[in-house]
Design a protein around this ligand. Structure first.
Ligand code: ATP
Length: 336
């Protein structure tokens, strides 16, 4: 578990200091794939560096499994830093060494011997989908493959935490997806806690179970991704769920209109048709759409309802696991 308490960090600016992090509080569960998402200069990299013990905060505390990292002396600090691997935005590889040689380098530095080293290198190359590329050199690979080599190298020594700072920056969708899959495998198969930063909320949608949304150095929202998606007015939901651009006049043509968030196979597939049949109403989807959060289907629809039981059907949908936000009423009041 990583606990960040009241973290504030500034840098000298031209006039006044730049406040990169303001009173940041977070809890990152062991084994999570945690996304730190936000616009440019919102403080994501600074947060990653402070958690990786590369930068000291002005105020506040970083605890790693309960250990307060502020008071550590030089030797102890080096030991703890070894538990936290960092994958930078532009990782550099040894051009003259093979893929396997690059991944073996940190193990060599730690004095890990031949057979043990080979076995570990084989394991992380397999994890990164690079077994077939072991004998190639970085210059022969695509940028996405090179990023995966750096990722395999970062987890080769078995760190407890991997901080991946914008790991998909500049990659086309397919290569970005492969890098995210490897991060997910590292978490699942090696048990490493992964903290990744990105400006792109779609990255969080693809692999993260928990997120923090940063803006101007502040945490605006944080928590389980699926919980945030269900929260009315959540900025995370706005960034990740299908947009609703239904004209106002279209909603007003129904007795009732509401935005409905449905999470999971059962809800997405069956809840609305079942509700319409039960209450004998006309229930139309007039906006929004379907997406996936990790493996979970999630829908956000604007629905229009016609019929005497319009209020009852929306209440029933809400009682059966959907998250319903009522919109301003339609033209007609419904007979009791
Ligand atoms: N070493 C530094 N010296 C001075 N200012 C810095 C330094 N590092 C970061 N900053 C400033 O702190 C703020 C937060 O920067 P940071 O790099 O953490 O944001 P970010 O969310 O990672 O941005 P991006 O998505 O563009 O990488 C910015 O205003 C940035 O200019």
């Amino acid at each position: 578990m990583i606990t960040v308490e009241n973290l504030t960090k500034s840098f000298p600016g031209k006039g006044s200091p730049v406040l990169a992090l303001r009173e940041v509080n977070l809890e990152i569960s062991a084994g999570a794939l945690y996304g730190v998402v936000g616009p440019a200069r919102s403080g994501k990299s600074t947060l990653a560096k402070v958690v990786a013990l590369q930068e000291k905060p002005d105020r506040g505390t970083v605890r790693l499994d309960g250990l307060n990292t502020a008071g550590l002396d030089g030797r102890r600090l080096r030991e703890v830093r070894r538990q936290v691997a960092v994958l930078g935005t532009a990782p550099s590889l040894h051009a003259e060494r093979t893929v396997a040689g690059n991944v073996a380098a940190p193990l060599e530095q730690l004095g890990v011997d031949g057979p043990q080293r080979r076995s570990r290198v084989g394991r992380v190359l397999d994890l990164a989908g690079l077994t077939q590329r072991a004998a190639q050199h970085p210059g022969e690979l695509t940028e996405g493959q090179r990023r995966r080599v750096a990722l395999a190298r970062a987890v080769a020594t078995g760190p407890a935490v991997l901080l991946a700072d914008d790991p998909t920056a500049g990659l086309a969708a397919e290569e970005a997806g492969t890098v995210l899959t490897v991060l997910d495998r590292a978490r699942a198969e090696l048990g490493v806690t992964v903290v990744l930063t990105s400006q792109d909320p779609a990255v969080a949608r693809r692999v993260c179970d928990e997120v923090a949304l940063l803006d101007s150095g502040r945490v605006v929202e944080h928590g389980s991704l699926l919980d945030l998606l269900a929260l009315p007015g959540s900025q995370t939901a706005d960034a990740l769920l299908p947009a609703i651009d239904t004209p106002r006049a279209q909603s007003a043509a129904y007795d009732r209109a509401a935005d409905v968030v449905l999470i999971g196979f059962a809800a997405v597939g069956a809840l609305l048709p079942e509700a319409a049949t039960r209450f004998d109403v006309e229930l139309s989807t007039i906006g929004g759409g379907l997406t996936r959060v990790g493996d979970t289907p999630v829908a956000r629809f604007r629905v229009g309802v016609r019929g005497r039981q319009a209020d009852a059907v929306l209440a029933w949908i809400g009682d059966h696991g959907a998250h319903v936000t009522h919109l301003a009423g339609g033209p007609r009041s419904i007979a009791a």
